[in-house]
Design a protein around this ligand. Structure first.
Ligand code: PRX
Length: 646
């Protein structure tokens, strides 16, 4: 290794882990030389109703076709639950830790089985059929996992919408996939505060005629409006249906779920994942990256509203028969030691969180961590955004006591599972690097013209070939799928990320190269925030860019041009921030909002975001060529009135 800041694999890890370095190299080489052989064998980690004879059928050109195991049939919930019952019916499947530290419960595989069967039967009684789209808008309670698994049991396609999204965002997502059923709770609880989920659903459904039934889980017992023709209490309905539901036999390529995510243009798109390949990939990546062994207590702090929650709270761990912890709360409630208290309380061995949480907790100092024992921890993980070496080193030293490797896992909603990450028994670590590709993953770094670069280099990250967990389409718009991911660099999947490869072949993700922001690990399209702003009656035009933010990674910087005659007041500034919050959700609130009498545009009217980014980053000495602007004088005004970072 050429750098001094390298953390070698310990002897203990090398011996204990599924694979050491030599085994990783061997398996990786096999996976690239003979993908059908490698994945054919890996597919057998699942139970198939009708075994597949075909493994891979992929064409990245033309209309783009991606199929894995396509003549096999299986059921996801049977793979995540039923097949474990013989050996582990009484093992805890889910540990639920409530927002209030005095609330927690353990759900065994036998209990999970019954609850999922009941929910599947309730959905059927409400008219759900194979292929229907069911929207899940839930807090982090076990019923969220039951709902997802119940959909897979009957072959319905779930679309989980993060509980922090506004009624409008929820309505858009329901309409896009034409859901007929919504599953929600009366209220959510986070950080001691209530979230009016059912009330949000009621507002959203004013614009969603396709929805015939709303299944409501009672979480808080708070007062809610009730629509008797449409709303169903889960606890009442569950008692009336049988405790067993036969799992539907699904084709490997039948759609399993849709998850909306932001792109650089337009509305969020429905990323479509299918049944067989997704589950194989979630299971194998969970096993090797987290070096999962029987008996481990595993905790991923994500929300099930994001892909991390899908693959690494629910599907990967349960497919592997693991004990997975689900946390309802937030890192700093009741205080900044909460994560570590939960680790001690449940003897967590593997802990997987986001850099933004680590940075926020790091700011609280070491005392909240030192109060806890943390001796159960063996492995730490990071996901969602680049982790700065300072946060990595703190996580390693203060949380991991220098004995826990950190797996910095790079992936995307589109990839279904982790693609670049260390394996704890095999990979020497470098703080800030996601290190090396997993089995079957062929990263390529290309320059702007699409030339594949070799050796140490920096450019745009592509993937040369498919893996089973890859998204199959944009729901309802396959053309958009092909155009978004496969046309920029023909014949390759383009990730939208920038990346550097060092002289050891290690990958360092540098962040998005498109107009997608990553705010506290949440993906947000600049276009979405802009369209929310211009929907306000006083706004003529808006442009949104990201800027470096100490805790969030990126903050949202909005430039707003008001309609003629409207005065730019502090009240209006606050109102616009609130407006975006209400239109999209709190994660989209602009951190800084600057009045812009004019925006820098080319003569053809295109907004020059490069310049706006430089101003937001306080790098206005380095604006580059502005002579091509229609009106270069607007730039000086923006520089002079730049907002100070909060
Ligand atoms: O820019 C990369 C960043 O998050 C993007 C994907 O976001 P999303 O689809 O919401 O999925 C997040 C959870 C998988 C990527 O394009 N990203 C994710 N993980 C990392 C990362 N950037 C650097 N390092 C990571 N470990």
């Amino acid at each position: 290794m050429s750098e001094s800041n390298v953390f070698p694999v310990s002897e203990a890890w090398r011996k204990k882990a599924w694979v050491d370095e030599a085994q990783y190299q061997k398996m990786y080489a096999q996976s690239i030389q003979d993908p059908a052989g490698f994945w054919g064998e890996q597919g057998r980690r699942l139970d198939w109703v009708r075994p597949y004879t075909q493994v891979k059928d992929v064409d990245y050109t033309g209309e783009v076709r991606i199929r894995w195991y396509h003549d096999g049939t299986l059921n996801v919930s049977a793979n995540c639950i039923d097949r474990h019952l013989a050996d582990r019916a009484q093992q805890t499947a889910i540990i639920w830790e409530g927002d209030d530290p005095s609330e927690s419960k353990h759900i065994t595989y036998a209990e999970l089985h019954e609850q999922v069967c009941r929910m599947a039967n309730v959905l059927k009684a409400a008219g759900a059929k194979r292929g229907d789209r069911i929207t899940i808008y839930m807090p982090m309670i076990p019923e969220a996992a039951y709902a997802m698994l119940a959909c897979t049991r009957i072959g319905a396609i779930h679309s989980v919408v993060f509980g922090g999204f506004s009624p409008d965002s929820l309505a858009n997502r329901i309409q896009d996939c034409d859901s007929n059923i919504v599953i929600t709770a009366d209220e959510g609880v986070r950080g001691g505060r209530k979230i009016p989920l059912k009330a949000n659903v009621d507002i959203a459904l004013q614009h969603c005629p396709s929805v015939a039934s709303v299944l409501v889980v009672r979480r808080t017992g708070g007062k809610i409006d009730w629509h008797a023709d449409r709303d169903i209490w889960w606890h009442e309905a569950a008692a009336k249906v049988p405790a067993y539901c036969t799992p539907a036999e699904m084709g490997a390529e039948d759609p399993m779920f849709i998850l909306y995510t932001s792109g650089s243009t337009g509305k969020p798109k429905g990323v479509l994942h299918t049944t067989g390949g997704y589950l194989v990939y979630a299971a194998i990546s969970h096993q090797y990256v987290f070096d999962y062994h029987d008996g481990d207590i595993y905790w991923c702090t994500a929300d099930v509203g994001w892909v991390t929650g899908h693959s690494y709270i629910v599907y990967g761990p349960l497919a592997n028969g693991a004990t997975t912890l689900m946390f309802e709360g937030v890192p700093n409630y009741p205080d900044a030691s909460r994560f570590w208290q939960v680790c001690d309380k449940h003897k967590v061995n593997t802990f997987y969180t986001a850099p933004t949480a680590i940075r926020a907790l790091m700011r609280e100092g070491e005392a909240p961590v030192e109060k806890c024992n943390l001796s159960s921890l063996r492995l730490l993980g990071s996901v969602g955004e680049p982790i700065n070496p300072e946060a990595w080193l703190w996580y390693h030293r203060v949380v991991g006591k220098k004995k826990c490797p950190i797996v910095d896992t790079w992936w995307q909603t589109e990839t279904g599972g982790i693609l670049i990450s260390p394996l704890p028994g095999a990979t020497e670590l470098k703080p800030g690097s996601a290190t090396l590709p997993l089995f079957g993953i062929q990263p390529e770094i290309v320059d702007a013209e699409g030339k594949v670069l070799s050796g140490a280099c920096e450019g745009n990250l592509c993937l040369a070939d498919s893996w089973p967990g890859q998204m199959r389409s944009v729901y309802g718009d396959h053309k958009r799928f092909a155009e978004t991911y496969f046309r920029t660099y023909p014949g390759k999947y383009f990730t939208g990320d920038g990346c550097r490869r060092d002289e050891d072949g290690y990958y360092w993700i540098t962040g998005r190269v498109d107009d997608v922001l990553n705010v506290s690990g949440h993906r947000m399209g600049t276009a979405e925030v802009e369209s929310a702003l211009v929907a306000h009656k006083d706004v003529a035009e808006a442009a949104v860019v990201g800027y470096p933010h100490d805790i969030k990674g990126q903050g949202i910087y909005a430039y707003v041009t008001l309609n003629a005659g409207v005065a730019p007041t502090e009240e209006l500034r606050k109102e616009l921030v609130q407006w975006v919050r209400k239109e999209i959700g709190p994660i989209a609130s602009p951190d800084l909002l600057q009045w812009a009498p004019g925006l820098p545009k080319t003569r053809s009217g295109k907004i020059m975001r490069r310049i706006l980014r430089k101003i937001a980053e306080n790098d206005s000495g380095n604006l580059g060529d502005i002579s091509t602007l229609a009106d270069p004088s607007v730039v000086q005004n923006l520089v002079d009135n730049r907002m100070n970072r909060g």
